[in-house]
Design a protein around this ligand. Structure first.
Ligand code: ADP
Ligand code: MG
Length: 277
């Protein structure tokens, strides 16, 4: 059973501190949800765990089964069993979806070994069917011209194939219509097992109707300010975050959507980059 342990994590980008002491432990078999207003550092946390080069960790630690994740390259993190389903998956022209997944799977095999092509195709076909994706999506260039919903399903396709130990899904529900959300939710739920620890980052209760969380955390201003059970989700859904701010005496959190948009355009997918694609 895997354990991801994040202790007093501080991280900055361009000299600005974004994460200000995050503590979180995720064990295999558990599903955690992180909710929180825009711009509070949720995606930053996900990127820092995966090792995106843009962020500098200034304090704290991240351990995966006791091993120091911060010393691993992005590629090593991925091979160690960490997975990030991205909020904004990058388009990678020139590399087909199926080649990308096969390459990632091969890097997980022992030196000189590779995935059996027959097994790979069969497994990929099953995953595509389970996700009700278009048959030709695996053969198209990675995410190129995919709709928002297709990109999100594609992240789950990768997760199904790569079978990570710890998966972080960053707003996997955004851009999905109700039917797609149901399909994604059911597929993620079907993957749940004692060897998979899940971290769902979301704004809305609706994702958590399909994927049951065991623990819910609220993040504000770069910190987890509240943790509890699913009762928190309902309250956020009806009342927003004001009650938590009041409870904790936090002033209003700035919403910097424009800035976020800009970053997204500049952003690259760390995992994919590490694979030299
Ligand atoms: P969330 O996922 O919770 O919406 P993010 O982790 O994407 O939030 O962003 C956290 C904060 O980091 C935001 O306020 C954003 O503006 C800020 N940020 C991200 N990149 C930079 C940067 N290069 N320079 C300054 N601030 C940044
Ligand atoms: Mg985000």
């Amino acid at each position: 059973m895997a354990t991801l342990s994040i202790k007093n994590l501080h991280a900055e980008v361009d000299g600005k501190e974004i994460l200000k002491g995050v503590d979180l432990v995720i064990n295999g078999g558990e599903t955690h949800a992180i909710m929180g207003p825009n711009g509070t550092g949720k995606s930053t946390l996900a990127s820092v765990v995966m090792g995106h080069p843009k962020y500098t960790v200034t304090k704290g630690e991240i351990l995966l089964d006791g091993l120091n994740v911060l010393e691993m390259s992005v590629d090593e993190r991925s091979r160690a069993g960490l997975f990030l389903g991205m909020q904004h998956p990058a388009e990678v022209p020139g590399v087909t979806n199926s080649d990308f997944i096969k390459t990632a799977m091969n890097t997980r095999m022992a030196e000189g070994k590779s995935v059996s092509l027959f097994k790979f195709i069969r497994e990929l076909d099953h995953a595509v069917t389970d996700l009700k994706m278009d048959d030709n999506l695996p053969h198209r260039y990675l995410n190129e011209g995919f709709s928002g919903g297709e990109k999100k399903r594609n992240e789950i396709l990768q997760m199904k194939m790569l079978k990570p130990k710890i998966a972080i899904l960053d707003e996997i529900d955004s851009g999905l219509d109700v039917d797609a959300l149901k399909i994604v939710g059911e597929n993620v739920t079907a993957m749940k097992n004692d060897n998979l620890g899940l971290l769902l980052i979301t704004h809305y209760q609706r994702l958590l109707d399909y994927i049951k969380a065991d623990k819910v955390h609220v993040m504000m201003k770069g910190k987890i300010v509240k943790s509890g059970g699913i009762e928190i989700i309902k309250r956020i859904d009806t009342e927003g975050y004001d009650w938590i701010k009041e409870e904790l005496g936090i002033e209003d959190v700035r919403v910097i959507e424009e800035e976020e948009e800009k970053r997204v355009l500049l952003g690259v997918c760390a995992t994919k980059e590490a694979l030299d694609l």
